[in-house]
Write a protein that binds this ligand. Structure first.
Ligand SMILES: [Zn+2]
Ligand SMILES: [Zn+2]
Length: 227
């Protein structure tokens, strides 16, 4: 491995993600980082004043991150965080009482809106910007290019983001060419999968196409819980 001093932790993070990618490496990185963030939150930050103030401003986590939090099945941590949310809702309901009907109807849809984005979304967006920047910065590097070219490619939402920010026509054309070839492979696998569903061919051994229908969904919309 080369010892370019400009290759920072972020570089190796992205490099390794493309090396190991099963679907879109940028989705897998974000997924890993969000699970780490929530794990850390539940492990040591549920009583942190700053964390709880942020959650009060954002009215808790967004739908996606709240449900991701539930997957940790940490009753105590979740109860501590969500008691705050429930108390906030009680205050809100109290504030709505006695308001003139006209005013109430007009203001209600916005009244429970939040002043800040979901804190987990903010962290995820930061990581996403960093990973996209790192990939684009190092796409000319032989190691990065090799792992990117050999990976399953980027999902559509990440691909569009990367293409929008690509700094040169040469890098853009390279990205387009690689993505084109990945979608071609996928289309062939889907056709092969479909063919083998036919009773005449269903005894043929299964190959890489066996989970192509799942990978196709991930590639078109990104991994679950990432977007
Ligand atoms: Zn992705
Ligand atoms: Zn969120």
């Amino acid at each position: 491995m080369s010892k370019d001093p400009r290759k920072h932790t972020g570089y190796f993070d992205v490099l390794e993600a493309f090396q190991k990618a099963k679907v879109c490496a940028l989705c897998e990185l974000e997924d890993r980082d969000m699970l780490r963030y929530l794990d850390n939150l539940l492990y040591e930050n549920v009583n942190d004043v700053g964390v709880r103030a942020d959650l009060a401003r954002s009215r808790g986590y967004c739908h996606r991150h709240a449900h991701l939090l539930l997957e940790f099945a940490d009753g105590l941590g979740t109860a501590i965080l969500y008691r705050d949310q429930v108390l906030q809702m009680m205050d809100f309901l109290k504030g709505q009482q006695g308001l003139p009907t006209k005013l109430y109807r007009r203001t209600l849809p916005k009244a429970w809106s939040h002043d800040a984005a979901c804190p987990a979304c903010a962290i995820q967006a930061q990581g996403r910007r960093r990973n996209v920047r790192t990939l684009l910065e190092w796409l000319g590097d032989p190691e990065m290019r090799a792992v990117f070219d050999a990976s399953p490619g980027l999902c559509v939402p990440h691909m569009l983001m990367v293409l929008q920010q690509v700094p040169s026509a040469a890098k853009r054309d390279h990205l387009l060419k690689v993505q084109q070839s990945k979608f071609e492979i996928l289309a062939r696998e889907l056709a092969e999968f479909t063919r083998k569903q036919d009773y005449r061919f269903c005894d043929e051994p299964v190959g890489a196409e066996k989970n192509s229908w799942q990978r196709a969904v991930h590639m078109m919309v990104g991994m679950k819980d990432v977007f």
